[in-house]
Design a protein around this ligand. Sequence first.
Ligand SMILES: C[S@@+](CC[C@H](N)C(=O)[O-])C[C@H]1O[C@@H](n2cnc3c(N)ncnc32)[C@H](O)[C@@H]1O
Length: 244
Amino acid sequence: MIGSVAALIYGIASYFVFFVSFVYTVAFIGNYWVPKSIDVGSESGLMPSILINVALLGAFAIQHSVMARPAFKRRWTTIVPAPCERSTYVLISSLLLILILWQWRPITTTIWRVEGVPAAILSVIFWIGWLIALASTYSIDHFELFGLRQVFDAVRGAAARMTAFKTPLLYRLVRHPLMLGFLLAFWATPHMTAGHLLFAVMMTGYILIGVQLEERDLVAQFGATYEQYRRRVPMLMPGRLGAK
Ligand SMILES: C[S@@+](CC[C@H](N)C(=O)[O-])C[C@H]1O[C@@H](n2cnc3c(N)ncnc32)[C@H](O)[C@@H]1O
């Protein structure tokens, strides 16, 4: 019982770190309200800035790709208690995100800048992107994705549940609405700087690789059901433009 209460406290604390870093990230990428953002903060020379930013994003992408794999989870849960596995993933991801927010080097050369109606449209798309991302987590299972369900189940003494395959709402339009939301939020800006472009390009590359790895696991887990879903629903672009 003491162990499961400690797991619950750990899970809630990890979720809190995620929540704060996520809210800051929205403001960071949109250059809203916060003192240090993607385009504001102390600058270094061009090459050091590129190298530092690439290293920060690379560390985040590698951690996400490795720690999300079933084979890693099987070995990892011989060290970390199973109910805490997802919270640990969330906590380490959030700490790496905080490292990016803290150490990011702005590169402020303008790539494009629009004003008036086009700027307003891009700002709306930015917010729609975050809304789609948030809605996607709730339509799959927000509390399971962020590890809270697992630690609550441990306290209640309930057996660990298998993730069910779901195709709610947005998942009938594209297979990866959460990633689609991120892509909209990363690219839709009235003022694109070189630093922001580096961020958007690297995160797009990571997302395109990440969804392939995730789908390999989903096919292994759900078999023909996922294969059929993949034939029916586009990957990231809704409608006829979507690549299957
Ligand atoms: C961070 S979520 C991202 C989901 C998806 N890639 C997206 O962009 O919306 C990753 C987790 O969602 C799960 N997942 C992805 N698609 C799913 C589906 N249709 N039903 C249930 N779980 C799913 C994966 O197994 C993985 O644990």
